[in-house]
Design a binder for this molecule. Structure first.
Ligand code: GDP
Length: 696
């Protein structure tokens, strides 16, 4: 049975690693009656949680795959979309954030807001995801949900408000006070499955009244009705829930729930909160690009009768074959219907339509706007849009950063090379920030990605899922080249001796272009270069950009303006003009003050204050720029900008500098000009390589 769209929630659970996301997810699935035996995460039986399917993830304690699981909570259906938490997998995180309508931000009541929490929070903001917070691990020594609430306010600038307070902390944690109903809630039974409501213990009454007042003050901002009712002392639970819901959906309020997933406390109330406060799919605006009219934005309608639009957000290969997870944004998708992939133009027929439950797969006849389903055996990439044939809409393009690091790769045994290609093909389909190509000069297979760990994980997956052991070269930083000076060119390409001749002359100038990697402007007047040869000139310039002559890396930030030229009646051709453009480009490039660019990463290091000096030193030694450092009790967080080329092996260095007590996260920030001394070295290395290649 399909659920009414207003009774549907598409949610993600976002968290810092180790905050208890996996445990919480498993508890949720359990209470939703979908799994009947529970395993402790990383427990002795080695079975692990249902969502955490990949062995590798379990070992590393990070969640990489993002699948969707359908559960019921009362008369509501919830799709839980697994959002990977590690920053090295930004594109996967962002794609899964894209398809959800709301999120639960899990925090540890001891660790609180940490650098990864900040990254996750930033991503939730970028995708405008309404969220509620769950402060977990109230049973741990040092648990302090009030401190974490303040961190949400101070470090994340969230209008965070406690909807509950704990009854006892650490080993005295017994239950939760619900500030809406003003009841004490206990979780009885072996696995907390019996929710028992009782009166608030006398010693907590005063604190509960105070916290409720703060909650009512915050909620009243979103409802005049509630404000009035509060003034007259007659506010109802419905009025409070409605006001909090409005604030949350508008992303101006973050309700906080508390509990201990591990000790089976608070999870059912969190599920109630998901249903109460997070939006249904009709309450979120979704936009597609109209490819027929210059990517004009089109607002999609959740009407099931409208033309179908769906986004393939995750591919998964299992024992059952390839599954493509889709979110339907508009219309309805039925078994047997035809759909068109707007990227490839190919039309597919929907063979089998699937809904994934935690413990089983259900074949369904159709799925409508707002819902999440999976297709069997469809060839496509993650991020592709499927539409009713003829409709030329694409879901707004997801921000895809360019890879910043590369590695040469070869199979340890020759016989595994087929499997290696298979694995690479699959990974690049799943993850657009992971790329691969064969280097035309060295003939080596190169993989590219967003960081050392990003590439490491794929190398591991090759081993586990495809039984391919590989040998790898040193990681290489993706440098770029650009120019500083506007420089003119006037170049004749001429070969007119014997046979068919070649002739083309181009003149104009190249100049730095900050906003775009490449721009081509044609200002040739009076057909001095016949119209049909202009694209060839463009192509010639672009070909030159692939590999610069300063340090041998791609050139970016170039605007080429073609102002004049000359053609020959017989000897001019596409090829001749391409060659002329290339010759012209290199003529100008040498004089345009070319310089090298390097990827700079945003680094966040967290550790005990005692090691702050060491952390600073490690950043300074790496040409790092410290942006800020915040102290919070005995912990400190340092944010910095550091060139990627200096960061290899940093995890080992940091571990030994801080007795393993600090951790760091890193993500790509920008390209910056390489300082002169470093550039000299890069140039010398490139010259040496050229020399060697010539001698060969
Ligand atoms: P994830 O990395 O965020 O998915 O976190 P996990 O669910 O794997 O939990 C990390 C560790 O914290 C595991 O050892 C869990 O058993 C433990 N854990 C999770 N929830 C709680 C909790 O509520 N209280 C306590 N004390 N430990 C918890």
């Amino acid at each position: 049975m399909a659920t009414d769209i207003d009774k549907l929630r598409n949610i993600g659970i976002s968290a810092h690693i180790d905050s208890g996301k996996t445990t919480l997810t498993e508890r949720i699935l359990y209470y939703c009656k979908k799994i009947h035996r529970m395993h402790e995460v990383k427990g002795k039986d080695g079975v692990g949680a249902t969502m955490d399917s990949m062995e590798l993830e379990r070992e590393r304690g990070i969640t990489i795959s993002s699948a969707a699981t359908h559960v019921f909570w009362g008369d509501h259906a919830i799709n839980i979309i697994d959002t990977p938490g590690h920053v090295d997998f930004t594109i996967e995180v962002e794609r899964s954030l894209r398809v959800l309508d709301g999120a639960v931000l899990v925090l540890c009541s001891v660790g609180g807001v940490q650098s990864q929490t900040i990254t996750v929070d930033r991503q939730l903001r970028r995708y405008k995801v309404p969220c509620i917070a769950f402060i977990n691990k109230l049973d741990r020594v040092g648990a302090d949900p009030f401190k974490v609430k303040n961190q949400l306010v101070e470090h994340l600038s969230r209008n965070a408000v406690l909807m509950q307070i704990p009854i006892g902390l650490e080993d005295r944690h017994q239950g939760i006070i619900d500030l809406v109903s003003m009841e004490a809630v206990y979780f009885d039974g072996v696995q907390g499955e019996i929710v028992r409501r009782d009166i608030i213990p006398a010693e907590l009454k005063e604190e509960a009244e105070k916290s409720r007042q703060a909650m009512l003050d915050a909620a009243s901002m979103f409802s005049d009705e509630l404000t009035e009712a509060v003034l007259e002392g007659r506010e109802t639970a419905e009025q409070i829930v409605e006001a909090v819901r409005r604030g949350t959906v508008a992303r101006e309020l973050m309700p906080i729930l508390v509990g201990s997933a591990y000790k089976y406390k608070g999870v059912q109330l969190l599920l109630d909160a998901v249903v109460h406060y997070l939006p249904n799919p009709t309450e979120v605006e979704n936009i597609a690009f109209d490819l027929d009219s210059q990517e004009k934005e089109v607002i999609l309608s959740s009407d099931p009768e409208a033309d179908a639009v769906a986004l393939a957000f995750k591919l998964e290969e299992g024992s059952y074959g390839q599954l493509t997870y889709i979110r339907i944004y508009q219309g309805r998708i039925q078994k047997g219907a035809e759909l068109q992939n707007t990227r490839s133009g190919k039309t597919i027929r929907v063979g089998r339509l699937i809904r994934m439950h935690a413990d089983r797969m259900e074949e369904i006849e159709d799925a409508s706007a707002g819902d999440i389903a999976a297709l069997f055996g469809v060839d496509c990439h993650s991020g592709d849009t499927f539409v009713k044939p003829g409709l030329n809409l694409a879901m707004s393009s997801i921000y895809v950063p360019e890879p910043v690091i590369s590695l040469a790769l070869s199979p340890a045994e020759k016989k595994s090379s087929d499997n290696m290609s298979k694995a690479l093909k699959r990974f690049t389909k799943e993850d657009p920030t992971f790329r691969t190509h064969v280097d035309p000069e060295s003939k080596q297979t190169i993989i590219q990605g967003m960081g050392e760990l990003h590439l490491d994980v794929y190398i591991e997956r090759m081993k586990r899922e495809y039984q391919v052991a590989v040998q790898t070269g040193m990681p290489q930083v993706a440098y770029r080249e650009s120019i500083a000076l506007r420089t003119e060119f006037d170049y004749i390409h001429k070969k007119q001796t014997g046979g068919a001749g070649q002739f083309g002359r181009v003149s104009g100038f190249i100049e730095p272009a900050a906003e775009k990697p490449y721009e081509f402007v044609n200002e040739v007047k009076g057909g001095r270069i016949p119209r049909e040869f202009i694209p060839a000139c463009d192509k010639g310039f672009q070909a030159s950009l692939k590999k610069g002559r300063l340090i041998g890396y791609p050139i970016t930030g170039i605007k080429v303006t073609l102002t004049d030229g000359q053609a020959h009646d017989v000897d001019s051709s596409d090829l001749a003009f391409q060659a002329a453009a290339q010759g012209a480009f290199w003529q100008a490039y040498a004089n345009a003050k070319p310089y090298a660019l390097e990827p700079v990463m945003k680094l966040s290091v967290e550790g005990p204050i005692d090691f702050l000096g060491n952390i600073f030193a490690s950043i300074n030694q790496r040409r790092g720029l410290i942006v800020s450092s915040v102290e919070d009790g005995t912990f400190a967080r340092v944010d910095a900008e550091v060139p990627l080329s200096e960061m290899f092996g940093y995890s080992t260095v940091l571990r030994s500098l801080t007795q393993g007590k600090a951790e760091f996260t890193m993500e790509f920030l920008k390209y910056s000009r390489v300082p002169a001394q470093v550039a000299e070295k890069l140039i010398a290395e490139y010259q040496e390589k050229l020399q060697k290649d010539q001698e060969k």
